[in-house]
Design a protein around this ligand. Structure first.
Ligand SMILES: CC(=O)SCCNC(=O)CCNC(=O)[C@H](O)C(C)(C)COP(=O)(O)OP(=O)(O)OC[C@H]1O[C@@H](n2cnc3c(N)ncnc32)[C@H](O)[C@@H]1OP(=O)(O)O
Ligand SMILES: O=C([O-])CC(=O)C(=O)O
Length: 376
């Protein structure tokens, strides 16, 4: 029996990892030893996925080969193709992804193989397929057809192309690529932990990813980015009184979406980049209302609660200005985090032990069993 109970496993070290590291006091984040500030804006998402899954930043040749593997891997299987229209009609985006990734597991050529090599191949396919699943889902529900991926564009550019139906501006591609880089991995966040718990039973890669998608969906985790935008939209529709709206929410005991973090005690280093990209896109769009509202919200929440924005806060307006539909914000998060989740499953399988914590029993004890006819 463990001697200490920590609600929400706060401050409990639940795994060892060589993938990412956070200094919550200093507000620093590292992927495999590289400072996020050195990676953001300088590396593509494909380089980061390779870094997480293979351990080093790729050479040009390795990146070329990895790009070819991703291009081959993005073809969807027969089961996914068959069920996609129904799923798009009946399920909300994150539910749909949970279903479609589960179906992709049945289609996967390595489905019965948990070896390191098979896991790496599955990881590349999952990274390649996730943006396609989101785009195809969106096309199916809107009755359109997603444009074919353009071999000149990477994952970021092709995603914007397929979602908006237009060839994206080069700067928009750079910005979105940076967003994907910033969301790729984040130590023992809830969805990654869920993936590792599943993988630690020696279950397969796709099962672990389905667990992760279901976990990312929640509003206290990845689902917050969509809620941020909905909050901004609602405040704008009611006259744009940000300070008043925030104070009313706090007075009602509501949480302000996009603020606070379990680990950071200062600014989330990803928010620093996202704020700047939001500002740039807002100014270029000719309507910076949502950016200005976000700045004001940040000031009020800090003054009232001492809380900082997390990764979900400015990601919302960045995606909005890039023309991504609001209900696809959390799916976009999953497009990036797929690189981290899959790397964590590889890492878990490579040095496994069942994850099975203890619980503190708070129920009644010593109750007497009573036959069913004598119960009241
Ligand atoms: C990618 C991501 O997952 S980033 C996080 C995305 N989630 C959100 O943005 C949702 C809003 N934020 C939150 O709910 C929390 O800050 C979490 C879930 C991120 C972290 O939760 P925890 O570490 O468990 O902190 P907890 O919820 O206990 O908060 C500590 C205190 O700060 C308050 N607080 C924390 N976040 C907020 C917030 N966003 N708005 C208002 N108050 C907040 C809590 O009410 C609590 O106050 P109390 O001690 O007076 O009860
Ligand atoms: O680490 C966390 O708890 C949440 C988070 O910021 C992430 O998953 O990116």
């Amino acid at each position: 029996m463990a001697d200490k109970f920590s609600k929400g496993l706060a401050d409990v070290v639940a795994a060892s990892t060589a993938l990412s590291d956070i200094d919550g006091k200093a507000g620093r984040l590292f992927y495999r030893g590289y400072d996020i500030h050195d990676l953001a804006g300088r590396t593509t998402f494909e380089e980061i996925a390779y870094l997480l899954q293979c351990g080093t930043l790729p050479t040009r040749r390795q990146l070329q080969e990895y790009g070819e593997e991703l291009a081959r891997g993005r073809t969807l299987g027969a089961l996914v193709e068959r069920h996609l229209p129904d799923v798009a009609e009946r399920q909300a985006p994150m539910e749909a992804l949970r279903t479609l990734v589960s179906l992709a597991g049945a289609d996967d050529p390595d489905k019965d193989d948990n070896s390191l090599e098979a896991n790496r191949r599955k990881a590349a396919r999952l990274v390649a397929q996730q943006p396609i699943l989101v785009a195809r889902y969106h096309a199916a529900r809107t009755g359109g057809k997603a444009p074919d991926p353009d071999p000149e564009l990477g994952i970021a550019g092709n995603f914007l192309l397929q979602i908006t139906g237009r060839r994206p501006e080069p700067r928009h591609v750079e910005i979105f690529d940076t967003c994907l880089v910033l969301h790729a991995d984040h130590t023992m966040n809830a969805s990654t932990f869920a993936a590792r718990v599943c993988a630690a039973t020696l279950s397969d890669m796709h099962s672990a990813i389905v667990a992760a998608i279901g976990t990312l969906k929640g509003p206290l985790h990845g689902g917050a980015n969509e809620r941020v935008m909905r909050t901004l939209e609602a405040i704008r529709a009611e006259g744009g009184k940000v300070a008043e709206a925030v104070r009313a929410k706090l007075a009602a005991g509501e949480k302000i979406m996009g603020f606070g973090h379990r680990v950071y005690r200062t600014e989330d280093p990803r928010a620093t980049h996202l704020r700047e990209m939001s500002r740039e896109l807002a100014e270029a769009s000719g309507d910076d209302t949502y950016y200005r509202m976000s700045r004001e919200m940040e000031e009020v929440v800090h003054a009232e609660k001492g809380l900082y924005p997390n990764v979900d806060f400015y990601a919302a307006t960045v995606y909005h200005y890039l023309g991504i539909p609001t209900d696809l914000f959390t799916p976009v998060f999953s497009v990036s985090r797929m690189s981290g989740w899959t790397a964590h499953v590889i890492e878990q399988h490579a040095d496994n032990r069942l994850i099975r914590p203890d619980s503190e029993y708070v129920g009644e004890r010593d109750r007497k069993w009573v036959p069913i006819d004598e119960r009241e």
